[in-house]
Write a protein that binds this ligand. Structure first.
Ligand SMILES: Cc1cc2nc3c(=O)[nH]c(=O)nc-3n(C[C@H](O)[C@H](O)[C@H](O)COP(=O)(O)OP(=O)(O)OC[C@H]3O[C@@H](n4cnc5c(N)ncnc54)[C@H](O)[C@@H]3O)c2cc1C
Length: 409
């Protein structure tokens, strides 16, 4: 029987609500604090790779996922100028066999909504901004901008890339601007499919830039993530408005399929921001405080794993609290041991992928394209972006690994 715990979750993004759901399903008491006035995710797509889908199924949202998701046929690498295929990793028919679960494309707001279904409203407070956390004797206390406080056995910072909890615990650290800017945009689709957008996760790679496109909302919209090098210092934010024209201008000379798509972006859903890089942290927790998701390991989006890692963290942390029968320091130790090496590796590999996607000279591009085509010829099922090790991982078996540690009676 788990000791009765009181847990404070700061932040109700994808990581925070997934954690709340995981705790609720285990019967562990929590209270979630979100600074916004209500739940509402920003409009953008997100790839739910098989490792994330395993967690979503374990959190009981498989039916919802099938309702909101789009199953791509394949992940396809394309040359920016000619659209010729560099690799084609089959997904729809092979992902379960190869990686243990499907690969879905979803809209973030839809994903957030299915995770929130069934959360008790009385255990969520909106409109409260956490300003800090103090470690106490066997407990921790979160403070909020309205002067209120919340004392708990454990405070979890799921408060994103600019985490106040991380700042209180480990001090502020300055992320490095990578010299990349990123647009994200949605194209509404009246008649699916668009003739110039295949039913795939498409990676277009060109000089110093790449673009990822895929259907979301069951095919009713196409999501665009476009990254290009820039001297301009753009804010690290999700909500900096951009325009269709700015996006089209940045990709002059790229294949007409892509430009046609850009020209159809919904201007009210076209945003830009700078990409900042963060080094992996050496430690996340104090005895009664910890971090998850972007608060713990903000990462570049080049492996599409930020939300997936937040989901894995949430599941593992909730299971650790249950497994260690309410011994918070033991649970946090097991949580970090399971999660920190993996998330650090993903952070570092995402950084490396950024370099491969953004080579600049024609000869570098030619060599890269040839290497992709050669790898594909050797193994038609290889993942072009070399992410097999990420997709194969199964967070839902973490209790087996904890069992190697003696659980408290
Ligand atoms: C271009 C791009 C594409 C991406 N594509 C993918 C993808 O395909 N697949 C994938 O898995 N990931 C992707 N990601 C990453 C992913 O979106 C993030 O990593 C993920 O949303 C992090 O979730 P989180 O819950 O940790 O943080 P957030 O989603 O940032 O949530 C933090 C929450 O905390 C609240 N909050 C913040 N501060 C406070 C405070 N002081 N007090 C109270 N509340 C607070 C915020 O309002 C917010 O609700 C992408 C990211 C980018 C930039």
């Amino acid at each position: 029987m788990t000791r009765k715990l009181r847990i404070g979750v700061i932040g109700g993004g994808i990581g925070g609500v997934a954690l709340a759901r995981a705790l609720h399903r285990l019967g562990i008491e929590f209270h979630l604090f979100e600074r916004a006035q209500g739940f509402g995710e920003i409009g953008a797509g997100v790839q739910m790779t098989p490792n994330a889908v395993k967690v979503l199924k374990a959190l009981g949202v498989e039916e919802g996922l099938r309702r909101i998701g789009f199953l791509p046929e394949a992940m396809v690498g394309r040359n920016w100028e000619t659209a010729s295929e560099l690799f084609r990793t089959p997904l729809k028919d092979t992902s379960i066999k190869a990686f243990g679960a499907e690969f879905f494309h979803v809209h973030r707001a839809d994903l957030h909504a299915i995770l929130c279904e069934g959360l008790p409203p009385a255990q969520v407070t909106f409109g409260v901004q956490c300003t800090g956390v103090q470690q106490g004797e066997g407990s921790a206390t979160a403070t909020f901008s309205d002067g209120s406080t919340f004392e708990a056995d454990l405070i979890i910072g799921a408060d994103g890339i600019h985490s106040a909890v991380r700042g209180a615990l480990w001090g502020s650290h300055k992320p490095k601007f990578t010299g990349h800017m990123c647009w994200r945009a949605l194209v509404p689709v009246e008649q699916h499919p668009l003739p110039f957008v295949g039913p795939d996760a498409a990676f277009w790679m060109g000089p110093k830039a790449h673009v990822v496109t895929y259907y979301v909302k069951g095919g009713k919209a196409v999501n665009i993530v476009a990254v290009a090098e820039s001297d301009e210092w753009v804010k690290e934010s999700w909500t900096e408005p951009s325009s269709t024209q700015e996006l089209v201008d940045a990709y002059t000379g790229w294949h007409s399929d892509l430009i046609q798509l850009f020209e159809r972006t919904d201007p009210s859903q076209t945003y830009k921001w700078g990409l900042f890089d963060h080094d992996p942290m050496a430690r996340w927790s104090s005895p009664n405080v910890t971090l998850l998701g972007d608060a713990a390991h903000p990462m570049l989006p080049f492996l599409s794993q930020g939300a997936a890692m937040a989901l894995e963290d949430s599941y593992v942390l909730a299971q650790a609290l249950a497994h260690f029968n309410g011994d918070v320091p033991a649970a946090l130790e097991a949580y970090e041991q399971e999660r920190r090496p993996r998330t650090s590796q993903v952070q570092l590999q995402a950084r490396e992928r950024g370099k491969t996607y953004h080579l600049s000279t024609p000869e570098e591009l030619r060599q890269r394209d040839l290497a992709y085509q050669k790898a594909q010829a050797q193994n038609p099922n290889a993942v072009g972006i070399r992410a097999e090790w990420i997709y194969e991982y199964d967070a839902t078996t973490c209790r087996e690994r904890f069992a190697a540690e003696p659980a408290l009676a």
